[in-house]
Design a protein around this ligand. Structure first.
Ligand code: CP3
Length: 347
């Protein structure tokens, strides 16, 4: 590998890197004491996302501790409904709460034009972070996939089964389509804005894609993601995009071929041999260590990291978790993970 190469970007063009690049979903956050310090200084989590000086600081915190190969903008997927004008609050210990949108009148109150201006603090965060990062560490911009964002907008909270959004999608598909189209439009502007400000890769989080049967998955997960990818690439053809269809199972193959993403994030449940045989020959893959195993640590962690490297490290691969890092993860376990992946000696 030459000195000018950026491993994460190389993998997303189909190259194999040894060792593979490594970053962790939600790598900034509550497991870091320095994050909790900054978080204490603002009344709400959304404030943290919208004050560029603070958001940039917490974005950079994990990079100071760990030699990760990418940084990810500190924000949240629910900044999208907030920007569109829906009331969004993060309630301590309860997760996000939103005023649910279940009819045309509520949808009509949202405003994509205003959204574009409300998202601009994130672009300033990007500019601040990029000014500090070494050239080999790209900053990843992101948004939630329309389906996942819509589940929160309709439900008004997180849920086990996304039943409210599924019900609306089945009962009133044209209203649901109008909501999805609005999210596609605003998310495209948002991703392009993050790239214009300095992001060198993008990720689309579809955390709840696993709750839909195949036709609905094609309509509400694949089609809107494909639309965002096409629109972003029309303006920025070179930008690599990772899609993370969590829970998609074997439908991840169809997702990869139809959306046009440059990489697919694999959740913890996908078998390594299946990923290596069915997905990786078609598209670079990312994943899929169990975040609970990283928090647990011990010999099982070492064994599993070895298995993931052995199965997926032979092709284009980005080491990551299968879902976001947990707040109770010991820092020593993350340090050990970095040594294991980078092939440094471990005691
Ligand atoms: O990866 C990073 O470091 C960047 C930051 C990031 C956050 N959320 C910060 C955050 C990213 C990429 C996200 C994505 C996100 N947010 C997703 C998709 C990925 C996934 O986990 O499935 C989803 C579904 C959300 C929505 C969300 N945000 C929920 C359900 C919650 C509450 C649950 C929780 O973990 O507290 C959040 C809050 C949130 N987003 C926190 C952080 C650091 C914790 C808030 C706090 O500090 O009080």
């Amino acid at each position: 590998m030459t000195g000018s190469k950026v491993p994460l970007l190389s993998v997303l063009t189909g190259e194999t890197c040894a060792p593979p690049p490594l970053w962790l979903m939600r790598q900034a956050g509550r497991y870091l004491p320095e994050y909790r310090e900054v978080r204490k200084t603002v009344p709400s989590f959304l404030d943290l996302c919208l004050i560029p000086r603070l958001a940039a600081e917490v974005t950079l915190q994990p990079l100071r501790r760990f030699s990760f190969d990418a940084s990810i903008v500190f924000s949240d997927i629910l900044i999208m409904p907030f920007a569109l004008g829906q009331a969004v609050a993060f309630v301590e210990g309860e997760g996000p709460k939103l005023d649910p949108i279940r009819d045309g009148a509520a949808l009509a109150r949202l405003d994509p034009v205003v959204a574009a201006t409300k998202l601009s603090p994130v672009y300033e965060t990007v500019e601040r972070v990029v000014a500090e990062l070494p050239a080999a560490v790209p900053l990843i911009g992101f948004c939630g996939a329309p389906w996942t964002v819509a589940t929160y907008m309709v439900e008004g909270a997180g849920s086990k089964d996304q039943a409210a959004a599924r019900t609306l999608a089945y009962r009133d598909p044209s209203l649901f389509q109008a909501m999805i189209d609005m999210i596609v439009e605003t998310s495209t502007t948002y991703l392009v804005g993050q790239v214009a400000a300095g992001c060198r890769a993008l990720q689309i989080f579809d955390s709840w894609s696993g709750s839909l049967p195949e036709d609905a998955f094609a309509r509400w997960c694949i089609a809107p993601t494909k639309e965002i990818v096409a629109r972003v690439k029309r303006q920025m053809p070179e930008i690599p995009i990772i899609g993370f269809p969590r829970g998609a199972g074997p439908s991840a193959v169809r997702y990869a071929s139809e959306t046009g993403v440059d990489g697919v994030g694999c959740d913890t449940s996908l078998p390594l041999a299946w990923i290596a045989k069915e997905l990786q020959p078609q598209v670079p893959v990312q994943g899929n260590l169990d975040p609970v195993l990283l928090a647990a640590g011990g010999p099982e962690l070492d064994v599993r990291v070895g298995q993931i490297l052995a199965e997926l490290g032979r092709g284009p691969f980005i080491f990551n978790l299968g879902h976001g890092i947990l707040p109770d993860t010991p820092i020593a376990h993350v340090e050990r993970l970095v040594r294991l992946v980078k092939g440094d000696s471990v005691a």
